[in-house]
Design a protein around this ligand. Sequence first.
Ligand SMILES: [Zn+2]
Length: 409
Amino acid sequence: MPSAVELYIIDRFLKIEGMKVIDYRIIEDIGIFVSLKNTRSQTNCPKCGKKTDFILHQNNLILIRDLPFGEHQVYLKVNRRLLRCDRCQKKFSEDLEFVRERRRYTKRFVTKIIEEVLSGDIRNVAKRNDISEQKIETFLKDLGQELVEEKPKNLNKLGIDEIAVVKGQKNYYVVLVDLEKRKVIGLIEKRKEEKIIEYLKNWGEEILSNIKEVSIDLWKSYKSIAEQLIPQASVVADRFHVMKQVSDELDAARKKIKRETEKIKNKSEKETILEGLKNSKYVLLKNQEDLNESDKEKLKELHKVAPVLTEMHALKEELRNLFETSKDWGDGLLNIADWLKGVSKYFPKSFGTIKRWIGEIIAYFDERTTQGVVEGINNKLKLIKRRGYGFRNFENFRLRSFLTWHFTS
Ligand SMILES: [Zn+2]
C-alpha cells in the first residue's frame, strides 16, 4: 500500500476537485493507474434542479485518461455513481466536471490534444500521444461544435467583414467579429443577405438589442441588415475600407496611365514616362510617414511625368489625416465636405461612394470604432484556410477557426 504522504502528494499533483486519491499502481509499459474516491456528499439534482443529499443507487467504475506524467500514460479509476435524488426520487448519473461528457478523457487531456493539433498535424499528435486519429477528430468535432453553437456574450460592437474563399475569386465567407474582444463570433458560408439575417436572428433578440455599434464595409446589404435587425445601433462605415476604396482608385488610375503610355508612338517620350512610372505602385499606396528618402525621390520623378498621380496621392493622404485629426462628428463632417470639393475629377468613384455613405462615415467620429483588428483576424483565418489539414469544406474550416480563437486568445 502506498503511504499517506505519497497519496497526499499525488492528490496535490492531480488536483481534481471532488475527488481524493486512495491508491495508485505503476504498470510497466502501460501506465500509472490512480484510484480516486468521490468526496462529495451533495450535488444538484439535474432532474428537479434542487440541491440533494443523494442516495447511492449503483457504483459504476470507469477509467479516464488524464495528462501523461513524463513518459507514463496516466489513467484515473473513478466511480461515476448512479445516484437517486432524495427529493424527487429520480435517478441520475453523477456529473464529473473534469471529464468531457460521455468521453473517457479528462477535459485537460482533450484541451492538450486540441492545442497540439492546432499547431501541428493530426497524425503526429496521434502517434505521440498514443491515441487514434479518429478519436482526435471526435474531440475536435465535439468541442468545435459547442463553440460554433455558443452565442456571443456582452456584444457591444459588431464588425461585419468578409474573406475571399479562394484568393481573387468572388466567393466570400462572411466574418462576424466582436470588435472589443477581438475575436471571431461568427462565420457564414455565403455573402447573401438572407443567410446573414438567418444567422444573426439565431442569436436572439436579447443579444441583438444589446449591440450599440455595427461596423461594416461599404456594402449596402450590410447596412440594410443592420437597420432591419439592429435598429438601435449606429452603423459605422469602417474607415479602413473607405481608405481602401480611395487607394484602389488611385492604383487603377496608375494602371490606366501606364496602359495609355504604352500606346505612345514617340519612343523616347514613351520611355521617359514609363521610367517615371516604374516601381511607383507601392510608393503611391504607402502612408506619407512611411516614405523613405528614395520613395520621396520616386514621387518627385513621378510628378514630372504623371502629376495627376502625385496629386491623387496627396489627396489620399489628406483624407487619411482627416480621419486622424478631426476632433468630433461636426468637425469631421466639415473636413470631409471640404475634402470632397476638390476630388470629383480625381476620384469620381470614391467621391460618389463617400457622398452616399456620409452618415455612416462620420459616425466613426463618435466612438472611433474601426475594423483595424479585423485585418489581423482575417490574416489568421487565411492561414487556417491555407493549412487546411485535410479539412476541405466550410464546416471544418469553421470548426477549426472557432477552436483556434478559443485556444489562442
Ligand atoms: Zn431531484
